[in-house]
Design a protein. Structure first.
Length: 440
């Protein structure tokens, strides 16, 4: 043992242990203890592994599969908009997890590349659409006013926005007005006020050469009066030939919502239903991201993924993320997928599914249980009532609440289904549902 000056120091940190040694007279036992501390630190330190799959609400995947045709069609619409050619708006509808938000986010990037003024609005039950659209209008005017020669185009649309905010968003403090000025700007007609905003912004867009596209997500949460006003405002703007359009997305019930507000909405919008991917598209979504890491899938592994996910983009991203995380080999086989299926469903259950389920009141949950008990979906409202031992009229309020919350939607006359793919499987795994079934 070598003798010299001695100094020792140890440090304990959060989540790790480090051992700093400044001694040359270390015994074998001390050296063993120090090595053990290093081993402990290595074991508790999480290892980061890059993963090419990105499940999440609206997260852009590494490879966007199956939407090429939709993107190309809307690109042509954007081209027409930049040429001041009147362009219809477009609405994408579909179940949760099919990639509606991802698609309109991708389209917004393309529109921005074409120098179209864009703003994204996510409608929420708690948020006020009027304040959001007013803020978007103000942002557009700021961009226009950046060019000296267009500053004279600002006042008219600014006055329209001011009238909208003062009349229908009284808690907003953007504009400071005297009592006399408020009386000047006050309006009781939302449709007329929003139409004034859209047409004046449209005129400014036309004269400045800056077309406008509003990207509106979760349209199904819009209040009836707001939606009706938006349709009327957009309709009048299109009649005048101004370069303003909307690219929207929402759950399947938005078709009925739009046509219910204004009969001419069917001619105002192009409608496109977004669904699950084909087998070929799903294969691309599975294989292409992994290729960047030199990882491949066997045909049997892909078939198993398709069987579990049924081609829904979010499910593909989630399952592949779990499989990729768990496998350290260059070829992913069917057995690897099988070993990750349980974790995949556990992840969905505590996140994707549970978030929706917890929005349900007790009466909502019983309605959902009765739907699942029907077996095959979509199911008739009369069968749901039968499972609840009630008549149809007595459950109509609960039905309306679940539709409003975005949990279910009407498929055909008197038929209902869940807005979330495979939601019935989640319900069947719940102890609460199993207990309910034993009582019924």
């Amino acid at each position: 043992m070598i003798q010299s000056k001695r100094a020792d120091s140890s440090k304990v940190g959060s989540g790790s242990i480090s051992y700093r040694i400044f001694r040359t007279d270390i015994t074998a036992n001390e050296l063993y203890c120090a090595a053990k501390c290093v081993i402990i630190w290595v074991e508790v330190m999480p290892v980061f592994k890059m993963n090419p799959y990105r499940p999440g609400a609206g997260l852009m995947p590494v490879y966007l599969a199956g939407r090429d045709e939709d993107i190309q069609n809307v690109e042509q619409m954007f081209e027409a908009l930049t040429l001041n050619i009147p362009t219809p708006s477009i609405i994408f509808s579909g179940l949760r997890g099919v990639g509606k938000t991802v698609l309109i986010n991708r389209l917004q990037k393309l529109a921005e590349e074409k120098e179209i003024f864009c703003r994204h609005i996510e409608v929420e039950e708690r948020n006020d659409f009027i304040s959001q659209i007013a803020a978007c209008g103000q942002a557009f005017l700021r961009q226009v006013s950046a060019k000296e020669k267009f500053k004279n185009l600002i006042q008219k649309p600014l006055d329209a926005i001011k009238a909208l905010v003062v009349s229908f968003d009284p808690n907003d403090s953007t504009f400071s007005l005297s009592v006399q000025e408020k009386e000047l700007y006050q309006s009781v007609n939302l449709t007329q006020s929003l139409t004034d905003v859209f047409t004046s912004i449209g005129e400014t867009a036309y004269k400045s050469g800056i077309p406008v596209c509003f990207f509106i997500d979760e349209i199904q949460y819009m209040k009836s009066k707001d939606l009706g006003a938006l349709i009327a405002a957009l309709h009048r703007t299109n009649q005048l030939g101004y370069p303003v359009m909307v690219a929207g997305a929402g759950l399947p019930k938005i078709y009925k919502m739009l046509s219910g507000e204004k009969s001419y909405s069917e001619r105002l919008f192009l409608y496109k239903e977004i669904g699950s991917l084909t087998d070929e598209q799903s294969r691309s979504a599975i294989e292409i991201p992994a290729k960047k890491f030199g990882i491949t899938y066997t045909d049997n592994a892909i078939e198993r993924i398709l069987s579990v996910t049924k081609g829904y983009p979010f499910f593909i991203q989630q399952l592949c993320q779990v499989v990729f995380k768990n496998v350290d080999e260059e070829v992913i086989e069917s057995r690897h997928v099988e070993q990750s299926v349980e974790e995949f469903f556990e992840t969905l259950d505590v996140g994707f599914f549970k978030v929706r389920y917890e929005r349900c009141a007790d009466s909502d949950k019983k309605f959902v249980f009765a739907m699942v008990k029907c077996g095959e979906l979509p199911c008739m409202i009369s069968n749901i009532a039968k499972n609840l031992h009630k008549n149809v009229s007595s459950i109509s309020t609960t039905r309306a609440q679940l539709i409003s919350k975005g949990i279910i939607y009407p498929v055909r006359y008197k038929e209902l289904d869940f807005t979330v793919p495979e939601f019935s499987g989640f319900i069947q795994r719940l102890a609460e549902y199993k207990a309910w079934c034993m009582e019924h």
